[in-house]
Each structure stands twice: as structure tokens, then as C-alpha cells.
Design a protein around this ligand. Structure first.
Ligand SMILES: NC(=O)c1ccc[n+]([C@@H]2O[C@H](COP(=O)([O-])OP(=O)(O)OC[C@H]3O[C@@H](n4cnc5c(N)ncnc54)[C@H](OP(=O)(O)O)[C@@H]3O)[C@@H](O)[C@H]2O)c1
Length: 327
């Protein structure tokens, strides 16, 4: 099979497309012919040598989400038939023509959802849905603030939060990204400024109350700013650290407003937890994808052979939404 290979740690040029043996499904696994996937920051960090794949994942084939057709069944796999359209998350190995995964760790992909959309939907939808519902206990009428709102996860989270009945605000470093997010249901957005910029904007949007939930895709100083912007009993979910690994926060706000802060990651979760979030996605989010109520914004699409260009584009920080890969 054709497969993207990380031949060494470094820039996008270390990525090559090489021929590898088609994997063989073990007990309760399915063999999938991949038709769509997308790029994630995890792939970039793995290529740079900053995010080794979890145990059991292919060591040099990146890719953590896919849509494809089942072409083989391991011993005891009885949930699907050959030919079924599915999508899901893996800990690695999705940037190849074939992959194997547990039969319960995939969702059915309706005909109404294309390979391209399906392959680019899973990571963003599950990250956003899990963060909003399972981690932040979002309720209808809550207010949500999303940092890097023009990102793949950000634009998806805007739409899912809206479907769940929330008012949604966001931050981005450019007016274009805020405008794009507004076309997906964002109520208002703000760009970084001097200290206190997030809380000032949020006060204006919420009559001085603060937001109930922050999805922080950036970390660093965004954590400090977000803590100041939360309403009493507010919840901050830390999802990414693109803006830095450290932050100094005012602990008085944590106490007096009874705030909760938690971190989350999908890739290294044990199989049973990945099955759980995938099934919640299939049940609660896939109907929105199928009806068009939630749309996956795809900024650019590359054939597997041009995966290096896709990595360089992601690192440029100029994209609005996802970068898809086709096979
Ligand atoms: N925890 C998990 O399981 C999980 C799963 C998926 C993704 N993530 C994380 O979620 C985040 C978004 O992922 P994505 O794939 O949606 O990303 P993406 O589409 O590549 O967008 C990321 C955006 O972040 C902004 N950004 C980058 N560096 C920044 C900096 N230093 N300061 C401020 N803004 C910066 C840029 O937008 P602006 O121009 O608006 O600044 C950039 O376009 C990443 O941190 C990723 O690692 C975590």
C-alpha cells in the first residue's frame, strides 16, 4: 500500500510516500481501505519529534483520523460487513491506503457524508463534542468562549455548541478568521491585545457576568486571560498548547468564582474510552453532519503524494478549518 512515512524528525521534507505491506486485522479488528483523512497538529508534532505515537500505533506512519470502506474482517469481527462505509480515530497509521482498527472504534458513515468530509470530521467533532458535553457539562443557554476559533476544531466547536443551545464567542489573530467563524454561528469575536483583553471583551458580550465555558485550544497566556473571563462556577477545558506550555494564573479567581480547569487529550486514551467517544459521536454528532446542520470547513485538500505541502500549510497558521488528504 502507499503510505506516508516519517523518515526522520525534522521539517516537511522528511515525509516520503513509500510502499508498505497491507496490515492484517487481528481478532475483532477490521481492515479499512482509507478514502479520506486529514492533517492534525499531532501529525506535525510527531514529524518534529515532539509527540511520539502511543504504544501499539505504527511508529513512522502518521494520521489519526480516517473515513473508508471495510475490506476485511479479523477473527470474531461480526459487527460490520465488507463494503460498509465507516470513519474513526486511530492512534496513528491513517495516512496510508489501508489501516486496521477495532470494529467497535468506528462510526457508520452515511452516504450523505463524502469521504473527504468524513475523513476530516472525526477528530474535530469528537474533540469538540467531548470537551463541551463530557468535560464542560455544557447546558442550553450557557455562554462559551473558543480560542483559535478559526481552526478546524474551533469552527466545528462553534457549530456543535450552537446545536447544544449555547451562545458562542471566540478569539483569533485575524479578522478574516473571526468573520469566517461568524458565518458558522459565532456571535462575536476579538483579536489579542494588551493584558485583560479577553475578560474585557467577554464582559461586554455577557453584561459583565463572564462566560460559563472556555475551550482553550492554545494554552500559554490564554489560560491566564481565560481564568479572568470565566463566570462563577465556570469551566475551562485545556485542549492544546500552541501558544505555550506554561501560564501564571491568579488563584484568587479560581477560589472566589469556584472555577474548574481540566485538560484533555484523545490520542492516548485507552481503547474502551476511544470506543465510548466514537459511539457518542455516531449517536449525537453524525446526524448533524448528515443533515448539514454541522459543516466541516475544508480549507485545502491534498493527495497523499503532496503530504509535505499539507504539513507546511498547517504550520503557516493561515488555514481556516481543516486540511484534507485524499487517497
Ligand atoms: N487534546 C486533544 O485531544 C486535541 C485534539 C485535536 C486538536 N487539539 C489541539 O487543538 C488545537 C487546534 O487544532 P486544529 O487542528 O484545529 O488546529 P488548526 O486548524 O491548525 O488551527 C490552529 C490555529 O491556532 C492559532 N495559533 C497557532 N499558534 C498560535 C499561537 N502561538 N498563538 C495564538 N494562536 C495560535 C492559529 O490561528 P489564529 O490565526 O487564529 O491565531 C492557527 O491557525 C491545537 O492546539 C491542537 O493540538 C487537541
Amino acid at each position: 500500500m502507499r503510505s506516508a512515512i516519517i523518515t526522520a524528525h525534522g521539517g516537511p521534507s522528511v515525509l516520503k510516500v513509500e510502499s508498505r505491506p497491507i496490515p492484517i486485522p487481528s481478532a475483532n479488528e477490521i481492515l479499512v481501505r482509507v478514502h479520506g483523512s486529514a492533517l492534525n497538529r499531532a501529525d506535525v508534532m510527531q514529524r518534529q519529534g515532539r509527540y511520539p505515537p502511543p504504544a501499539g500505533a505504527p511508529s513512522d506512519i502518521p494520521g489519526i483520523e480516517f473515513a473508508g470502506e471495510i475490506v476485511g474482517l479479523g477473527a470474531g469481527a461480526a459487527q460490520w460487513t465488507v463494503g460498509a462505509r465507516v470513519c474513526g480515530l486511530v492512534s496513528g497509521g491513517a495516512h496510508a491506503e489501508y489501516l486496521v482498527t477495532h470494529e467497535r472504534a468506528v462510526a457508520a458513515l452515511p452516504n450523505a457524508v463524502s469521504w473527504e468530509t468524513g475523513g476530516a470530521a472525526v477528530e474535530a467533532c469528537i474533540t469538540a463534542h467531548d470537551a463541551l458535553v463530557a468535560q464542560a457539562s455544557l447546558r442550553p443557554g450557557d455562554t462559551v468562549l473558543i480560542h483559535a476559533v478559526g481552526s478546524g476544531v474551533g469552527l466545528t466547536a462553534v457549530q456543535i455548541a450552537r446545536q447544544l443551545g449555547a451562545r458562542v464567542f471566540g478569539t483569533a489573530r485575524g479578522e478574516t478568521k473571526i468573520a469566517a467563524a461568524m458565518s458558522f454561528g459565532l456571535e462575536a469575536g476579538v483579536q489579542p491585545a494588551s493584558a485583560g483583553w479577553v475578560a474585557d471583551a467577554v464582559k461586554g458580550w455577557t453584561d459583565g457576568r463572564g462566560v460559563d465555558v472556555v475551550l482553550d485550544l492554545l494554552g500559554g497566556d490564554y489560560v491566564r486571560e481565560s481564568i479572568m473571563a470565566l463566570a462563577p462556577r465556570g469551566r475551562l477545558v485545556l485542549i492544546g498548547t500552541l501558544a505555550g506550555l506554561e501560564s501564571t494564573i491568579d488563584l484568587r479567581h479560581m477560589l472566589s468564582r469556584r472555577l474548574t480547569m481540566r485538560g484533555t487529550v484523545l490520542r492516548s486514551r485507552p481503547l474502551e474510552e476511544r470506543i465510548g467517544v466514537t459511539q457518542a459521536f455516531a449517536r449525537e454528532v453524525m446526524p448533524w453532519l448528515s443533515s448539514g446542520a454541522v459543516r466541516i470547513p475544508i480549507d485545502a485538500s491534498f493527495p497523499l503524494e503532496r503530504i509535505g505541502e499539507a504539513h507546511a500549510l498547517m504550520e503557516s497558521n493561515t488555514t481556516v478549518g481543516k486540511i484534507a488528504l485524499t487517497f
